[in-house]
Write a new protein. Structure first.
Length: 113
């Protein structure tokens, strides 16, 4: 009788809060990443030959990666946010540069032979 009660309390008071904290961290990073994708496009100088969806997705990926690195290093909340912005800007720049090479100087798709 006591063992099932102990397991239920362990799950209720230890496992669920840890899972909830991890899930909340992931959800907040995704929401912030969507915003940072747009912000990263403003930070990157020049025009980017990618659309809004590609900007948001690359910013989201960069923000998640930057948040993960910040949490693993343990640099604090503000430094993690700045790291998310920086990695998102690098991701937008990298994806934009790869698209610019594919499009060529005219802005049209070129044939890859």
């Amino acid at each position: 009788m006591i063992l099932p009660l102990f397991i239920a309390f362990l799950v209720l008071f230890v496992v669920l809060p840890l899972v909830g904290l991890a899930l909340w961290t992931l959800v907040s990073t995704v929401i912030v990443g969507l915003f940072f994708g747009a912000l990263a496009r403003l930070v990157v100088p020049g025009s980017q030959p990618i659309g809004a969806l590609a900007t948001i997705l690359s910013g989201l990926i960069g923000s998640i990666l930057g948040g993960f690195i910040g949490h693993q290093i343990g640099v604090g909340h503000l430094a993690t946010v700045l790291l998310e912005i920086g990695v998102a800007a690098v991701a937008v720049t990298a994806f934009s540069a790869s698209q610019a090479r594919r499009l060529g100087p005219t802005g049209r798709r070129r044939e890859i032979r």
